[in-house]
Design a binder for this molecule. Structure first.
Ligand SMILES: Cc1cc2nc3c(=O)[nH]c(=O)nc-3n(C[C@H](O)[C@H](O)[C@H](O)COP(=O)(O)O)c2cc1C
Length: 217
């Protein structure tokens, strides 16, 4: 697969088949993704994979978790500026339109959000942590690693969805993974085969025109 095809074909998949994936395949993708660049070659990513029994155990554990959780970080700035606010709004509107969930259907919208915490049915997932000592440059390295992983997954017919949603369940995820207290959760990521018959996966998110975000000086 050409890189440009993988980039074009990758999208966030929010409904998966139950078809299993082997840990050896995930390990291979992780090893390949570790060729991603990072400032000073720090390779600041710390990955926990759950699959098969550990996925089942985690889902049971996290549904039973009753403690008050401390979110890892604010997912968005509290007063999101334009044009970012509109982009976020439009994504939500496009998604709920495909699902036939109306603007006032708060419980319908919440139900969809809660599917994040079942990995949208994916059989496997990873969690990406980073040492708390690290700052914005190293967090951006995580993004490079994760995108490389997502493209490599696409090459072998797998789909993914990065999930910041898990940041609100930082404590339970950290406890289950036995993450070092010095490590903070950035995001989760569903890994699996797309359920193409689910309309949610027909969502093609828009992009703002290049004139708005690139200037040739
Ligand atoms: C770091 C990161 C975290 C994300 N978190 C979530 C999430 O929690 N739940 C979700 O449904 N989508 C999540 N997404 C997917 C974005 O909504 C998606 O990437 C964006 O709308 C662009 O669509 P595309 O990935 O299909 O191109 C996340 C994406 C990234 C890169």
């Amino acid at each position: 697969m050409k890189i440009s095809d993988a980039v074009k074909l990758r999208s966030s998949v929010r409904s998966f088949q139950s078809k299993p994936i082997s840990n050896s395949l995930i390990k291979d993708l992780l090893l390949k993704a570790s060729r991603s660049p990072s400032g000073g070659n720090l390779q600041p990513w710390k990955i926990f994979v759950i699959n098969e029994k550990s996925m089942d155990d985690f889902l049971i554990f996290q549904q039973k978790w009753t403690e008050q959780e401390n979110p890892a970080y604010d997912i968005y700035p509290s007063k999101l500026k334009e044009p970012y606010r509109t982009s976020r709004y439009e994504l939500g509107e496009e998604m709920y339109k495909i699902l036939g969930i109306g603007r006032d259907d708060k419980s319908g919208r919440l139900n969809q959000v809660m599917k994040n915490f079942e990995f949208f049915g994916a059989p496997a997932a990873l969690f990406c942590f980073v040492d708390r000592q690290m700052g914005p440059p190293q967090w951006s390295d995580l993004g490079m690693f994760l995108q490389t992983f997502m493209l490599l997954a696409k090459e072998v017919g797998l789909d993914t969805c990065a999930q910041e949603a898990w940041s609100i369940k930082h404590d339970s995820v950290s406890e289950f993974m036995r993450a070092d207290p010095d490590e903070i959760l950035f995001c989760g990521m569903c890994i699996g085969y797309s359920n193409d018959s689910d309309p949610i996966n027909s969502l093609k998110s828009s992009r703002r025109p290049i004139e708005e975000w690139a200037k040739f000086i």
